[in-house]
Design a protein around this ligand. Structure first.
Ligand code: NAD
Length: 498
């Protein structure tokens, strides 16, 4: 069994009280790693290290070009260690080796390279200072915020960590990052990689341990200036309450129940595959999954028939086998929650067209079959609540207006898509959908150069793109007045006669 310590102040360190917890491989149900469990003294050590590193300016005072060089090196080291990182990511999170090799690891490296390029793309004064010359000298500066805390979910451990670490340190902040207790390992290793690339001690600290206890200790710590959270809407609300007394800066990337509109002129074969990818990628454990498929009545029967037939081609099984396209769910708890939703869907009148059970040939591991519910109404629980398992609800709509009305009839607003051969028509509908990201004729294609985030209860703030950097900066206006006689300053007449 592998062992991992905490990464604090540029060093691997055991938990101060010597405790460990096990990371379970979701495909085997066996523990594969022992990980140090951070307690209150480790929180104190990490926050103190981050505060010291920020206050003495060892990182934030470096030029943008110097910071860019280090970020770029992080990206290169991730690619050098991609086999090890993919191996750990699959053991922790249960995603397929395909996903780790093709998506997670390269995308993580790309995030660091993107923010390196962004820092290098403009002269320093244009990147961080904006001169506004009239009527007096004014400067708008973008400054780092200070000590930031990043909290990440289990579904995309290393990529989610990179979405916080890369922009936070590009902007000059210090960061303590807390991965999900289900998936701590690759984030810990990323701490070491950043250190090897030249990020100074204390700028990045990684704490693994019991989620709520550790997360709340970090979020409420007085020396923490900003919290960047990705996770469920319920925990996001709790974190917002915890941040309120100190008015901490906060960004929330939360859950979703995203609509996927299939118009009557869609390329049906492509839309079928796209809808399945939109739902069953990573066993449905993706925040922007298109879990409500709204299909035009004219093509509904044909679409559903092809959807069900094509879903049978998804190969559920050992995630390490490159032939496998869908792995297990993260935990027994997540699988049981999925089962409860499937039960609720049946009770409320939905019809399971395929799936709806554990695969009989996979007795070990938290596997669940890709499950398609047809004849769903948008007010059923399976259409309103985030399941975070491989379950999709198919809803028939009469026309474009009904599709948009139902798409927007949700507490959430994270992702969504429109499938149509008529791009102008699809574009009009995309503009009417209340979501932070809408794809046309694609799904899940996130792009490091463009912002990602939620409308409504999917949260606020954006990650990726220049907007993702801005979330880790605060804005200062400096007014530069003339060092002239007081009589030249007419506004002083508001208080003085001469
Ligand atoms: P979760 O909310 O249970 O946990 C997220 C993180 O918060 C974990 O690190 C956990 O340990 C920590 N945590 C739990 N309770 C806490 C508390 N009281 N205080 C501080 N931290 C606490 O979510 P999860 O099950 O790990 O992930 C799935 C959820 O994340 C889904 O709802 C999904 O939609 C969402 N998600 C959103 C995005 C996005 O960008 N919008 C991306 C990925 C996942």
């Amino acid at each position: 069994m592998k062992e991992f310590a905490l990464f604090i102040d540029g060093q691997w360190r055991g938990a101060s009280d010597g405790r460990f917890f096990a990371s379970i491989n979701p495909a085997t149900e066996e523990p594969w790693a022992q990980v140090a469990a951070a307690g209150p003294d480790d929180v104190e050590a990490a926050v103190t290290a981050a505060r010291r590193a920020f206050d003495d300016g060892r990182w934030r005072k470096r030029s943008a070009a110097e910071r860019a060089e280090v970020l770029s090196k992080v990206g290169a080291l991730i690619l050098e260690r991609s086999d090890q990182l993919a191996d750990y990511e699959v053991s922790d999170a249960g995603g397929t080796m395909r996903k780790a090799n093709i998506a997670d690891i390269p995308a993580t490296a790309q995030t660091f390279q993107y923010y390196a390029d962004l820092l290098g793309s403009l002269p320093e004064e244009e990147l961080f200072d904006e001169q506004v010359p009239v009527p007096s000298q004014n400067v708008v500066r973008r400054e780092p915020i200070g000590v930031c805390v990043g909290i990440t979910p289990f579904n995309f451990p290393i990529a989610a960590a990179s979405w916080k670490i890369a922009p936070a340190i590009a902007a000059g902040n210090s960061l303590i990052i807390k991965p999900s207790p289900y998936t701590p390992v690759t984030t810990l290793v990323l701490g070491e990689i950043c250190h090897e690339a030249g990020v100074p001690p204390g700028v990045i600290n990684v704490l693994a341990g019991p989620g709520a206890q550790l997360g709340e200790a970090l979020v409420t710590h007085r020396a923490v200036d900003k919290v960047a959270f990705t996770g469920s809407t319920a925990v996001g609300k709790r974190i917002m309450e915890l941040c309120a007394p100190q008015l901490k800066k906060l960004t929330l990337e939360l859950g979703g129940k995203s609509p996927n509109l299939i118009l009557d002129d869609a390329n049906i074969d492509c839309a079928v595959r796209g809808a399945l990818f939109g739902t069953f990628f990573h066993s449905g454990q993706v925040c922007e999954s298109g879990t409500r498929v709204l299909v035009h009545a004219k093509i509904y029967d044909q679409f559903v028939e092809k959807l069900v037939a094509t879903a049978k081609q998804i190969r559920v099984g050992d995630p390490r086998d490159f032939a496998t396209t869908m792995g297990p769910l993260i935990s027994q708890t997540q699988r049981e929650s999925t089962e409860r939703y499937v039960h609720a869907g049946r009770e409320e009148g939905g019809r399971v067209a395929t799936g709806g059970k554990r695969p009989a040939d996979l007795p070990k591991g938290y596997f669940y079959e890709p499950t398609i519910f047809v004849d769903v109404k948008n007010d059923m629980r399976i259409a309103r609540e985030e399941i975070f398992g491989p379950v999709v609800a198919i809803i028939k709509v009469a026309d474009d207006d009904e599709a948009v009305r139902l798409a927007n009839d949700s507490l959430y607003g994270l992702g969504g898509a429109v499938w149509s051969r008529d791009i102008a028509r699809a574009r009009k509908l995309a503009e009417r959908i209340e979501s932070g990201t809408v794809w046309i004729n694609d799904y899940h294609l996130l792009n490091v150069r463009f912002p990602f985030g939620g409308y409504k209860q999917s949260g606020f703030g954006r990650e990726l793109g220049p907007q993702g950097l801005a979330e880790f900066q605060q804005v200062k206006h400096i007014h530069i007045g003339e060092a002239s006689d007081a009589t030249d300053k007419q506004y002083l007449g508001l208080l003085f006669d001469d």
